[in-house]
Write a protein that binds this ligand. Sequence first.
Ligand code: TYD
Ligand code: MG
Length: 452
Amino acid sequence: MASKSKTVYVCASCGAESLKWVGRCPSCGEWNTMNEEIRSPVKAVMPAAAHGAGGRAQKIGEINPEGEERYKTGLRELDRVLGGGIVRGGLMLIGGDPGIGKSTLLLQICQHLGERLKILYVSGEESQRQIKLRADRLGVCSDRLYVLCETDVDTIIEALYAEKPDLLIIDSIQTMNLASVASSPGSVTQVRECTAAIMRAAKGVDTPVFVVGHVNKDGAIAGPKVMEHIVDCVLYFEGDAHTSYRMLRCVKNRYGSTNEIGVFEMRDKGLYEVENPSMMLLSGRPVNVSGTCVACCMEGSRPLLAEVQGLVSPTSFGNPRRMSTGFENNRLALLLAVLEKRAGYFFSNLDAYLNVVGGLRLDEPAADLPVALALVSSLKDKPVDEGIVAFGEVGLAGEIRSVSNAEARIGEAARLGFTKILVPYHNLKGVSPRSDIQVIGVKTVRDAYEQL
Ligand code: TYD
Ligand code: MG
């Protein structure tokens, strides 16, 4: 172990380290994110308490999983994303853009959790009065909620030992400061060391912790990426600044499945759960207009219907433009090439625009078919019937390939009153016949278009 402190350069975006300063991070490719950090001799990161049996190996059958009871937050959407509730001793990170609603979400769950648990809410951003005003607006008045405005981690850990709360909330990690670390609050080293210190203390007393981390695109403060590997669960709170809908997405979970999403709506009295996200995503859908098609995609274990809109128009430049929102641009270019080469729809002198309505991101291959149909519908100026839903992966030969969870997707479409669903032909084998919705297997994009 080195006894002297040394200088390293740490990327504020991904946490990669380099001994020399470089303009561009060699790991994540971001420009101008390498910051100088003075590194003191390294400390152990894993707490002994997290290992349980004091360093002794144990047979897995003999390990007692007791205490795996989960605390319900009172928001079912949040519980599902967490994998069923808060796990004792778990460290959960909530990341998101400033102002998206992270503090609101955490303060809101204090009301329900406060009925059973003692909660310590530590804020480094707002004063006690500000928090009280917000709590009043959210209707949070639990007797067992304690508010501490503090940024010094040692003081917070003392308060943790003194108050012995059942849940600790840290808002936000970028404001926290550990006196023994030389860097300024918000820097990569501070964020990482503060997280580790809080985790050591909390795991030692088996207290679950929520940590808020701001995402900052220009890298001026260290993002949640640098803590992702330390914490047990990473949630991202996302949303379009122009709409009131917010999505909570889980990207890492040691206690449950990832890729679950929870949908909320921000109103004047805080966040409300959206029980029926498909309905919300489809509201205000234009009918009898060409260039729109409803897609059925899986978000975790849940099927979601979303509207895909395509627009093609003659290009006024030499190079046609391809632009997409909520769908990968390269995938759009690939689909256009397949449509042109394999199905005979010509886009080469046309601009193509694609938009997934409602701020949703469709990364699943099953979105290919509805995207292709929206584009062809716009090209031919022929509306897709409003009762139609589609899903399926488009292969490079123009074939429609099967995807997973066909049954669940068809069920969701039927539940929302759709009358016809286009599915990959090879998925037909796996689905039971239904009377409420017409299920049509398609083999190629052309096939699918002819069914419209
Ligand atoms: P906030 O939770 O402070 O965001 P974060 O902690 O992620 O930075 O959310 C602030 C935004 O939410 C702010 O723009 C106002 C809005 N808001 C409401 O619309 N209704 C409410 O009841 C509250 C508390 C906030
Ligand atoms: Mg906040």
